[in-house]
Design a protein around this ligand. Structure first.
Ligand SMILES: [Zn+2]
Length: 138
């Protein structure tokens, strides 16, 4: 199995610029930031994706993301808004297969582009889709 870069950072064997560190998660600056101050919130324990994360880790990630977001706004770095994103799986754009949440400072003209081919879906089809998901949630 290939070495996990986030586990290497958490073990202290690879360098990172740490903004927060506790028993559950570490928050570091992305080494290739979308904007200056782009933070990654990473659980200490290795887990690939959302299905591997229990509610306690989810809460720790969310709590840290909220704190980091407030910190970014107060930091003096440019931050008019914050975008959170988490890619779960290769098809979603996950590149490091150790769960991580991106906390990205945003401002007008920041050069971040999120392109979407928005679909049109009738109410009937939306209700059908919702029924499939509801059934899967049982
Ligand atoms: Zn890892």
């Amino acid at each position: 199995m290939a070495v996990c870069v986030f586990c290497e950072i958490i073990a202290g064997r690879a360098e990172a610029s740490v903004v927060h560190d506790d028993d559950s998660v570490v928050a570091i600056l992305d080494h290739r930031p979308a904007t200056i101050g782009h933070v990654l919130v990473i659980p200490r324990a290795h887990m690939a994706g959302l299905a591997d994360a229990d509610d306690a880790i989810g809460a720790a990630i969310w709590r840290t993301a909220r704190r980091v977001s407030a910190g970014l706004r107060a930091s003096g770095l440019r931050c008019d808004g914050v975008r959170l994103s988490l890619a779960d799986g290769e098809a979603a754009g996950q590149d490091v297969f150790h769960l991580h949440l991106h906390v990205v400072p945003r401002y007008p003209g920041d050069g971040v582009a999120i392109t979407v081919d928005w679909k049109t879906r009738s109410r009937e089809l939306l209700d059908h889709d919702a029924a499939l998901i509801r059934e899967a949630l049982r």
